[in-house]
Design a protein around this ligand. Structure first.
Ligand SMILES: [Zn+2]
Length: 86
């Protein structure tokens, strides 16, 4: 085995387009090689509405809804049980 001098170059991810690339050279690239955006390392400004949509997409609100729905089901079951006991 011959020892190799390897530098691990960082993997860069464009925040403006789906481009992911391995950095060439030691310095952070100025622009995205694909879309050419100088703001490739900064995410787009997120508005409140978009944030909410993102949360929903991440399933956070969906999980809350599911929890509420299962609780509703549980309560309905309780009511039915009470009626049967009568
Ligand atoms: Zn890009």
């Amino acid at each position: 085995m011959t020892p190799q001098a390897t530098i691990s170059l960082p993997i860069r991810e464009c925040q403006r387009c789906p481009w992911v690339w391995v950095q060439r050279g030691l310095h952070k690239p100025r622009r995205c090689p694909d879309c050419g955006s100088p703001y490739w390392d900064r995410p787009r400004r997120v508005t409140r509405g978009a944030e909410r949509k993102a949360e929903e997409a991440a399933g956070l609100l969906t999980a809350e809804k599911a929890k509420a729905a299962s609780r509703r089901e549980w309560l309905r079951g309780k009511v039915r049980e009470a009626k049967v006991a009568d």
